[in-house]
Design a protein around this ligand. Structure first.
Ligand SMILES: CC(C)(COP(=O)(O)OP(=O)(O)OC[C@H]1O[C@@H](n2cnc3c(N)ncnc32)[C@H](O)[C@@H]1OP(=O)(O)O)[C@@H](O)C(=O)NCCC(=O)NCCS
Length: 163
């Protein structure tokens, strides 16, 4: 699939609403977000060097999803955490995996971090398949309080960023 990742822009509010305001999209991520959280995400994503990118279909120019990374301290190490989303009509065509390959190349080129981690819910079959396909190593299950007040059982996947 011909696609590219591009930095998030001020005009991408509709995309974040479609990604995180839709209960089906957020089944494994704690449920649909309200307008206040959507607006907060849009503001943070559009900041320079936010680490968040939209996935753009090269054939149509349409924004079809998101990928991104952000810093997190995990087991006493500073790592990049990553996440991805693709709008339902565009799922199942390798878009998430392809966009992630571009994101990983960016993270490797920027340097500064030894590893990238992904924490999909253990029930999120597609995301766990993507981690495996991209060469992440499964370290095992862990629990997060997300969103506040609920416990989510996730898999801890790790990808070394250094050669
Ligand atoms: C997860 C998500 C991004 C996948 O997007 P996508 O573009 O369809 O993903 P891809 O096509 O790149 O890859 C999906 C892989 O999962 C596999 N897969 C999908 N559903 C599966 C299932 N139920 N069981 C096992 N594997 C499954 C596919 O076979 C594919 O692997 P393959 O290419 O080796 O065949 C998309 O479903 C989504 O946005 N979901 C809602 C948001 C979300 O959960 N984000 C992830 C948070 S960690």
């Amino acid at each position: 699939m011909d696609l590219r990742i591009e930095p998030w822009e001020d005009s991408d509010g509709d995309l974040v609403r479609k990604l995180t305001g839709d209960p089906a999209m957020m089944e494994h991520l704690g449920g649909a977000e309200n307008e206040e959280r959507i607006a907060d995400r849009q503001r943070r994503y559009a900041e320079p060097d936010s680490g968040m990118f939209k996935i753009v279909d090269g054939a149509t120019g349409a924004a079809i999803g998101s990928v991104g990374f952000w810093e997190r301290t995990w087991r006493d190490e500073s790592v990049l955490e990553t996440g991805w989303s693709v709008l339902p009509p565009h799922q199942g065509r390798g878009a998430a995996a392809s966009a992630m390959r571009q994101l990983i190349a960016l993270a490797q080129a920027e340097g500064g971090y030894g590893a990238m981690h992904a924490f999909p819910s253990v029930a999120n079959a597609a995301s766990n398949a993507i981690c495996r396909k991209l060469g992440f190593e499964l370290l095992g299950p862990c629990e997060f309080e997300y969103p506040p007040g609920s416990l989510m059982r996730c898999n801890d996947w790790r990808l070394p960023l250094t050669a």
